[in-house]
Design a protein around this ligand. Structure first.
Ligand code: FRU
Length: 531
């Protein structure tokens, strides 16, 4: 409904278990009968997911007074997309979440589509005071009746404010603050304070471009410029942009994230980015128009943006995305909820041989979840090598860090493909690996269990070819029904979901047609954030 608008040598050896390596704390897992909350089949254990019903994009991500806010596109009456609300949760560490009541309900101006939130520190809006700066949410109103009536101007931008740490919200009486000039796709405002110009900048998506508007009070907005015609990935509508400054080698650069649907590198929805300069009016792209940069090469990271108002002394640029794809989001076999968010990530901009690139890595706060630690024995791998991860019957919830060296030193030649296999007793599996010929990472979920709910779901999905060193590093976050790959220190990222009939409980390092050296490796089991 929603998208109407839219391989093996014979040697098999098992790493022995070193009990002293188990650093589990003394906390006992409650027995299954005691712990039913968040224990349904396919339920993520350390990713944010709503208790029940439908969720898509993260919205209004803002930090205030010790709390990370996460609002999200939410339909509280079904597990498919419907009239959009803003669901709400808060966290003190971006890892453990407390669910709060729905923050914004649809009203006569429309459904509450995606948007952002800021702290109005100087009370430019007048909705609070300098001592108690208001939180301002800036979102898109989607008027479904007008859309059904065939009108073009059914998306406008509105605002709402809160003076009690985001617990209660009041919509502005003179909404919309930005009416629609007659353009069908006109949505997803991300607002930031542009210090150098003493003004607010709103970046939002308009068909296959973004627009920048400015304001001094968040209520009146003036057009500044547009960006994107014929630039970057263009085979779909642009959505959910985010514009922010970053430091690279001591210089300021600007990053513009833009989600696109369809036209993702592996099909469906995905997020691209641009690097450039922004002067308060225009965004000037660094690269030739045909350059396409993907922030995540997997199929399941969409509509992600970054948190506003992270304190300067922290200084990180923190990102989180919706871990699904519009191709099949409404068909995934979960109940009574649908969708989860990615793990929170730190973004950095770095110069590499390939050019300036956006690097994503997991936030350090996740380390708190480590409950057991298992060292992998380094050595040559030819064929399959099972990784000891403790209780074999447990579902895979944890973090795996491995470094392979592509040096030939056995009677076998260098493997044509190697990687990590997550599997269960039924022969269902997901492969996360590296193909030597093309020098590229992949995730293969063709045989991952339940795959027939959409023809777009199964398959092997590829990252970019990587220039290269002979060391291949893979850092995986595995959480029951998803894997996030941060390869080569975050240069290649791939996020994918999967739905085995029985939980995966086994990790095997494998090679095809030869061997590879395991330099080092560690597995950390995680405790659930919902315990
Ligand atoms: C992205 C998106 C946004 C829109 C929202 C509606 O997934 O299509 O453009 O605001 O979802 O739920």
């Amino acid at each position: 409904m929603k998208k109407e608008f839219l391989w093996l040598s014979a040697a098999i050896f098992i790493i022995s278990c070193d009990p002293s390596a188990d650093k589990s704390d003394t906390k006992q897992n409650p027995s299954e009968s005691m712990r039913e909350y968040y224990s349904e089949q396919h339920r993520p254990q350390f990713h944010f997911s709503p208790e029940s019903m439908w969720m898509n994009d993260p919205n209004g991500m803002v930090y205030y007074d010790g709390e990370y806010h996460l609002f999200y596109q939410y339909y509280p009456e079904d597990i498919v997309w419907g009239p959009m609300h803003w669901g709400h949760a808060v966290s003190t560490d971006m890892v453990h979440w407390e669910h709060l009541p729905i923050a914004l309900y649809p009203d006569e101006l429309g459904y509450i589509f995606s948007g952002s939130a800021v702290i109005d520190w100087n009370n430019t809006s007048g909705f609070g005071s300098k001592n108690n700066p208001p939180l301002i949410a800036i979102f898109t109103y989607h008027n479904i009746d007008e859309e059904r009536a065939g009108k073009n101007d059914y998306q406008t931008q509105g605002i709402a404010y809160s003076t009690d740490k985001g617990r209660n919200w009041t919509k502005y009486e003179n909404n919309p603050v930005l009416p629609n000039p007659g353009i069908r796709d006109f949505r997803d405002p991300k607002v930031m304070w542009y210090e150098a110009g003493n003004k607010w900048i709103m970046t939002f998506a308009v068909q296959d471009q973004v627009r920048f508007y400015s304001s001094t009070n968040l209520k009146e907005w003036a057009f500044e410029s547009e960006f994107g015609k014929g630039i970057g990935a263009q085979s779909g509508v642009w959505e959910c942009p985010d514009l922010f400054p970053m430091q690279v080698d001591g210089k300021e650069k600007w990053v513009l994230l833009v989600s696109i649907i369809p036209g993702g590198t592996n099909g469906g929805s995905a997020t691209q980015y641009f690097t450039g300069n922004f002067d308060g009016k225009n965004f000037v792209n660094d690269n030739p128009p045909e350059t396409i940069l993907w922030m995540d090469w997997g199929k399941d990271n969409y509509a992600g943006v970054t948190w506003s108002d992270i304190p300067e002394k922290d200084g990180r640029r923190l990102f989180l995305g919706w871990m699904s794809n519009w191709q099949y989001a409404e068909q995934v076999p979960t109940t009574p909820w649908r969708s989860a968010m990615t793990i929170p990530r730190t973004l950095e901009l770095k110069n590499s041989d390939a050019g300036m690139r956006l690097i994503s890595n997991p936030v350090v706060e996740l380390k708190k979840l480590r409950s057991g630690e298992f060292a992998l024995e380094p050595g040559m791998i030819s064929g399959n090598k099972k990784v000891n991860i403790g209780e074999a019957s447990k579902k895979l919830v944890g973090e795996l860090e491995v470094a392979f060296q592509m040096r030939n030193g056995s009677q076998f030649g260098l493997a044509s493909e190697f990687g990590i296999e997550l599997s269960n007793g039924r022969g269902e599996k997901v492969l996360i690996g590296f193909e030597l010929a093309e020098k590229r990472f992949f995730i293969d979920r063709s045989q991952s269990g339940k795959v027939n709910f959409s023809p777009e779901f199964p398959g092997r999905h590829y990252g970019d070819s990587v220039p290269g060193s002979d060391t291949v590093k893979m850092h995986l976050f595995i959480d029951v029904a998803s894997v996030e790959l941060f390869a080569d220190d975050g240069h290649t990222v791939m996020t994918e979901i999967f739905f085995p009939n029985e939980d995966f409980n086994k990790i095997v390092l494998y090679t095809k047609n030869g061997s590879v050296q395991l330099k080092e490796g560690k597995y950390y089991s995680y405790r659930s954030i919902w315990d």
